[in-house]
Design a protein. Structure first.
Length: 249
C-alpha cells in the first residue's frame, strides 16, 4: 500500500536527511553515535535503531600481493599500515615479491564503512589514518582501484569481494583467532563485522513499522539481505527486532 523511493548516499547523509524530515528511514552501516559524535545523548535519543542484517568487511589486497604470499595479516599489521607505521610490502614477513610501497585505500570520510573501520579496528571513530594514500566514495570505486593496482590494500563491503578475482580477501588474525572469508566473518568478535541499521526518528509509525517488519520476515531476509551477500539475522535477533515493532504492526 506504500510507494517506496530509495536514494543512494553515505550513512551520515542519510541520517542528516532523516533528522531534517526529508526521509522516513535512514540506513546506516555504523551506529548513530559514531556518525554524530558531537551530538548529546538527548539529541541521539530521537533516533530509533532497527537492525536488519549484518555486514562484514573483509580486508582485500591486489592479486599480485596475494600471489606474492600475503594471504593473511594480523590486526596489528592492518592498524600499522593504515596509521602509516608500515609503508612497504617488504616489511611483511609473508611477502615474497618485489619491494613495493603499500597503497592503502580508504573509504570517504563520513561514510559508514569508514566510520565502522576506524571504530572497530582502530578503536575510535575519529582515529587518525595517516597511512591512507587515496579515498574513494563507493565500494565499486575501491574494488576498481584495487583491481587495477599491484600494491593495494583496502577494506571492502562483503558484496563486492571476489575470492578468485582481482580483489582477493585475506585472513585477519586477532587475539589468537583467524577470521576468514566464507568461514567466520559474521562472528560478533570479528572487528570488522557490523550491524546494518535502519533508523527512524521520534518513534516508528505504522508505515515505517510495516516496511521494517517485511525486511525482518524470512521473505525479507532471503530477498533483500542474503542476495546482497550480507548475513541474515539469527532467529533470536529477528525476534528481538520484530518485538520493537509489535505495537505498530
Amino acid at each position: 500500500p506504500f510507494n517506496v523511493t530509495v536514494g543512494l548516499s553515505h550513512s551520515g547523509t542519510g541520517l542528516e536527511k532523516l533528522e531534517g524530515g526529508q526521509v522516513d528511514l535512514g540506513n546506516a552501516s555504523a551506529p548513530v553515535d559514531a556518525e554524530f559524535p558531537e551530538k548529546s545523548q538527548e539529541e541521539l535519543g530521537k533516533f530509533v535503531d532497527h537492525v536488519v542484517g549484518v555486514d562484514a568487511q573483509p580486508i582485500v589486497v591486489s592479486r599480485e600481493v596475494y600471489d606474492a604470499g600475503v594471504t593473511g595479516l594480523t590486526a596489528e599489521q592492518v592498524r600499522a599500515i593504515y596509521q602509516g607505521e608500515i609503508t612497504r610490502w617488504s616489511e611483511i614477513d609473508a611477502y615474497d615479491g618485489p619491494d613495493k610501497e603499500i597503497q592503502a585505500v580508504g573509504r570517504a570520510e563520513g561514510s559508514g564503512t569508514d566510520t565502522a573501520f576506524r571504530a572497530n579496528l582502530l578503536g575510535d571513530p575519529d582515529a587518525p589514518m595517516s597511512g591512507v594514500d587515496v579515498r574513494k566514495g563507493q565500494n565499486q570505486q575501491v574494488k576498481t582501484l584495487v583491481s587495477n593496482s599491484d600494491n593495494a590494500i583496502a577494506y571492502l563491503a562483503l558484496a563486492f569481494v571476489e575470492p578468485d578475482g582481482p580483489v582477493p580477501p585475506i585472513a585477519v588474525e586477532l587475539e589468537g583467532t583467524t577470521y576468514e572469508y566464507g568461514k567466520n566473518l559474521g562472528a560478533k568478535d570479528y572487528p570488522l563485522s557490523r550491524d546494518l541499521h535502519c533508523y527512524t526518528i521520534n518513534g516508528t509509525d505504522e508505515r515505517e513499522s510495516a516496511f521494517l517488519n517485511m525486511i525482518l520476515t524470512e521473505f525479507g531476509q532471503q530477498e533483500f539481505v542474503e542476495p546482497n551477500n550480507y548475513f541474515k539475522l539469527p532467529p533470536d535477533r529477528l525476534e528481538e527486532e520484530r518485538n520493537k515493532l509489535a505495537d505498530q504492526v
